[in-house]
Write a protein that binds this ligand. Structure first.
Ligand SMILES: C[S@@+](CC[C@H](N)C(=O)[O-])C[C@H]1O[C@@H](n2cnc3c(N)ncnc32)[C@H](O)[C@@H]1O
Length: 254
């Protein structure tokens, strides 16, 4: 399944009230949204018609999150569905996740693109892949194990999407500060010069699941209902729904 098809299916299943995107470029992913949306990209050049009530911000995600009320465009400043597809470097993607989670609730879904490079060149920090006419996934894949190690409470699923794999994260906790506290400590393992060894699980997609497993899981009604609930009980309840839905458990997938 193509990543945009996955995103479109997530819109259909989740029916989000709000959508947030980091990395807009030509608007190919943003055009899938029909709900109030915020898109951030310092260099977007739209070639698609957008079909939502959208606030486009021409800046970096870091600058966007430093604003006082970044989601003032929304009636309620919370994100139901987020697509992180900006700078394809692990430390940027990790910061984007940390900052996005702060504006989520337990029933939000956060999607990170380009987590399964197909070659070592595609998974490098330099944009060599694009220079030779291919894609550039970068080393965003490193974020997966950081999330699993430091946030075992999250549901973190690697999906086998074309072209370069997608990560879906569920059960966010906007009050959790673990990753922000650990950020400086994990930086040295993220920022490593090329050439790098890209792990086999990424290149071979050995931990990735068919996206249909997630899309067909009996979880979407419960997620939509849980939106109005807050607090630890809401998160626990939703966690039990995910556990009972036969999704691969995070611990088993380590
Ligand atoms: C892969 S493209 C996004 C593609 C788009 N999501 C789609 O599916 O059609 C990545 C975009 O991220 C933007 N970008 C690069 N650095 C960024 C940053 N620090 N913050 C936000 N966006 C950034 C680039 O300008 C580029 O347009």
């Amino acid at each position: 399944m193509d990543r945009h098809k996955l995103l479109q299916s997530l819109h259909e299943r989740l029916r989000p009230r709000t959508y947030f995107e980091i990395g807009v470029r030509k608007g190919r992913s943003l055009t899938l949204s029909r709900v109030p949306s915020v898109g951030v990209d310092p260099f977007f050049v739209l070639t698609r018609e957008l079909r939502c009530d959208v606030h486009l911000v021409r800046t970096t995600s870091d600058e966007f999150f430093a604003r006082r009320h970044p989601f003032a465009h929304f009636d309620q400043p919370v994100v139901d569905l987020a697509f992180i597809d900006g700078m394809h470097l692990a430390e940027f993607a990790l910061r984007d996740f940390i900052n996005t989670e702060r504006h989520c609730h337990p029933a939000s879904v956060i999607v990170i693109d380009d987590v399964l490079p197909r070659t070592v060149v595609e998974g490098g920090r330099g944009r060599v892949g694009t220079a030779i006419g291919g894609a550039w996934a970068g080393d965003v894949y490193k974020v997966i194990d950081v999330l699993r190690r430091h946030r075992p409470d999250l549901v973190v699923l690697e999906l086998d999407t074309r072209p370069t794999g997608t990560l879906v994260i569920m059960l966010p906790d906007p009050s959790d500060t673990t990753l922000a506290a650990e950020y400086d400590a994990v930086l040295p393992e993220l920022v490593v010069p090329d050439p790098q060894t890209v792990p086999g699980w990424a290149l071979e997609r050995s931990r990735a699941i068919d996206p249909r497993l997630l899309l067909d899981a009996p979880i979407w009604g419960a997620i939509r209902e849980a939106r109005e609930q807050r607090g630890p009980e809401a998160r626990e309840k939703l966690g039990a729904v995910f556990a009972g839905a036969g999704l691969p458990a995070v611990k088993e997938r380590r």
